[in-house]
Unconditional design. Structure first.
Length: 649
């Protein structure tokens, strides 16, 4: 059997034009003898659902477009769409074949949930994992890493596992680069664990602020790379697959998300194709160029403008814009007050890039920057000129702020004409790496050192023993631990990598800056967690602090619950009977554990119902047993029975 992946860059929601392109790709695929053509997740509807007021009408138009495609496609195809249920993103895969449309995930869910003889348990795989046959081969389809883990953990007897990735590129997650980082990510292990062909279909292009890099791939059941599509380019990837030997249930085990084992790497070394070497700064640069270009172009723009202010971040933004749009479409104002050396470097950069640049000194009556207030006034006038220039040229103004500045910087008082930040999700230390990588390709930057304004001050801490760059890298490491890896202040201190005073100072500065970050506009998303994703409630008075003791888990939620419920039980002799005390302690433990699960999961609906929630199981002292209808009942204080413990609200 021959499978194709149509790696195309589309404009989300442009249904008619996208269907026309899919039909054209199917005709190309038919010419290559393709039996099943797979399109990426974001190709038709984009990766994000619409607001509730527009969702239904958009889905109706989408279904009309799919019906049109089903009659026009030259070969069977899988076309994903994205919607949502109660605010949760819900991807679906539509199989278009012989003029008919079949929703694969919904079909699987209906079959599994509707099976009266099958009672799911918490350890079972997700009930909406598709299993379907095409040309005599057994297929599965995954959208997420959790789906891949389920397919790897249970014996589905698959011949081919399709991974239609729903993840945008994140520089701190090598698996998001798909085939561009096979020697670093999880997929070789997934192929070997499932014992099936693993076909990865990667979306391509910028969709809003999310960037997808393509890099579709095909791995044999042994983990050998047999086909790949280029990153950052459209392509039709074609691969031949054969039936696989069925693995026994005892051979299945959970795939690790870490880098491949030595055996996995040796399989890659024996591949028909040589996997790409994952160069993170180069890959990130190309992702930023693609995301910036598509963000502007897909809104009808062709030109951009910015202020090159002497910071390395502004210089890197200028180079990114030039690579994305060409020098004639980039317009810059160079303004480095009080730093003649840095201004000369910025002017040289503009000449090297051949972009359209003017000096701020040409602006009439521009004040000197002798004091911080004068500097703010001067920057405001420069930004006003940038806004006027952008208006006249129809250009999109770009902000040059990076993630470090947004997290702990002090630029919140500076007026900005721009509301889009290409580097807003890139730490300053990574900006240095980007500049060095770009200079290795073509030496356009006269300097790759940080300006004095880019070296943060953390309270009254002294930088003894730190260079400017090592100081910034230490700060960024603390921020990444806290933002991307969700480590608490106590966790970071107990890692014993950074000085406690530095960690406390960085986290305090980060927490103080929440309100000013929200008004800085949009940024390209190129990490697993943006600063917006990690935001704190505004006006929150509580601040994290280092908990005492050598064990950072001493005050974990579990231990607190244990002590609390033991305390409740210990008080039973004084104010209630021992049996009542034990029951109260048990109920309190269950209640607090539920609240903790709710805080972690973020929703009442578990992935699988608990066994006790089905008819015929003991429901505890406050719940009635299931009735003849097979629906479990819950009794309230008034004696009324309900099918669930929660209202429809």
């Amino acid at each position: 059997m021959r499978i194709g992946v149509g790696q195309i860059n589309t404009k989300p929601g442009d249904l008619a034009a996208t269907i026309d392109r899919m039909v054209a790709y199917s005709e190309r695929a038919m010419g290559h003898g393709v039996d099943l053509l797979v399109f990426p997740m974001a190709a038709l509807t984009g990766p994000f659902p619409l607001a509730e007021g527009q969702r239904d009408d958009f889905l109706l138009d989408t279904f009309d477009a799919l019906a049109d495609a089903a009659t026009r496609l030259a070969c069977p195809a899988i076309v994903p769409i994205v919607s949502d249920i109660e605010g949760d993103t819900l991807p679906e895969a539509m199989l278009l074949k012989d003029g008919a449309i079949a929703p694969l995930k919904l079909t699987a869910y209906a079959a599994n949930v509707g099976d009266a003889d099958s009672v799911p348990s918490p350890g079972d795989p997700s009930p909406d994992l598709p299993e379907f046959d095409v040309c005599g081969l057994r297929f599965g389809l995954a959208f997420t890493y959790d789906d891949l883990d389920d397919y790897a953990s249970f014996d589905f007897g698959l011949d081919v596992l399709l991974f239609v990735s729903g993840y945008g590129y994140a520089a701190d997650d090598s698996s998001s680069a798909l085939g561009g980082a096979l020697t670093d990510n999880r997929f070789v292990g997934d192929a070997r664990t499932t014992g099936a062909w693993l076909i990865g279909a990667g979306s391509l292009g910028g969709y809003g602020t999310q960037v997808y890099t393509g890099s579709s791939f095909a791995l044999s059941p042994e983990g050998a790379l047999v086909a790949s599509a280029p990153a950052f380019e459209e392509d039709l990837m074609v691969v031949d697959v054969t039936p696989c030997a069925r693995a026994t249930e005892g051979d299945a085990h959970t795939a690790e998300n870490d880098a491949p084992s030595l055996a996995d790497v040796s399989a890659l070394e024996q591949s028909k194709l040589t996997p790409e070497v994952y160069n993170r700064p180069l890959y990130l640069w190309q992702a930023l160029v693609l995301g910036l270009r598509d963000f502007v172009n897909k809104q009808g723009g062709r030109q951009v403008s910015l202020v090159i202010d002497g910071t390395l971040s502004s210089m890197v933004t200028a180079a990114l814009a030039t690579d994305a749009f060409g020098p004639s479409n980039v317009h810059a104002i160079v303004d480095c007050p009080g730093d003649l050396e840095r201004e000369a470097a910025c002017q040289r950069l503009a000449i090297n890039l051949r972009l359209d640049a003017r000096s701020a000194s040409d602006i009439p009556r521009l004040p000197r920057a002798d004091t911080p207030a004068d500097e703010l006034l001067r920057r405001g006038i420069v930004e006003a000129y940038l806004a006027a220039t952008s208006q006249n040229l129809g250009a999109t103004p770009l902000s040059t702020l990076d993630k470090t500045e947004l997290a702990i910087g002090r630029s919140h008082l500076a007026p900005m004409a721009a509301q889009f930040m290409p580097l807003g999700d890139v730490y300053r230390s990574a900006v240095v790496d980007l500049a060095r990588m770009r200079n290795a390709m073509s030496p356009v930057f006269p300097t790759v050192s940080l300006s004095s304004r880019e070296v943060p001050t953390i309270g009254r801490l002294l930088r003894d023993g730190y260079s400017d760059e090592s100081w910034v890298r230490a700060i960024d490491a603390v921020l990444q631990d806290h933002v991307e890896w969700s480590h608490s202040l106590t966790d970071i201190v107990h890692e014993d990598v950074h000085e406690r005073s530095l960690v406390e100072g960085v986290i305090a500065a980060y927490e103080r800056g929440e309100a000013r970050r929200l008004g800085r506009g949009l940024c390209l998303m190129v990490s697993t967690t943006t600063l917006y994703d990690a935001r704190r409630p505004l006006t929150l008075a509580w601040h994290d602090h280092v908990r005492q003791g050598s064990d950072p888990q001493a005050d974990s939620i579990e231990s607190v619950l244990e002590r609390l419920t033991e305390s409740i039980g210990a008080r039973g002799d004084g104010w209630q009977g021992q049996e009542e005390a034990e029951q109260s302690g048990l109920e309190m433990r269950r209640t607090l554990s539920f609240l903790r699960d709710f805080a972690v999961g973020g929703a009442f609906g578990p992935r699988h119902p608990e066994p006790d929630s089905f008819a015929g199981r003991a429901m505890g002292p406050d719940a009635a047993s299931g009735d003849d209808s097979g629906v479990a009942r819950f009794r309230d204080s008034a004696g009324n029975e309900w099918p669930t413990p929660f209202s429809e609200n």
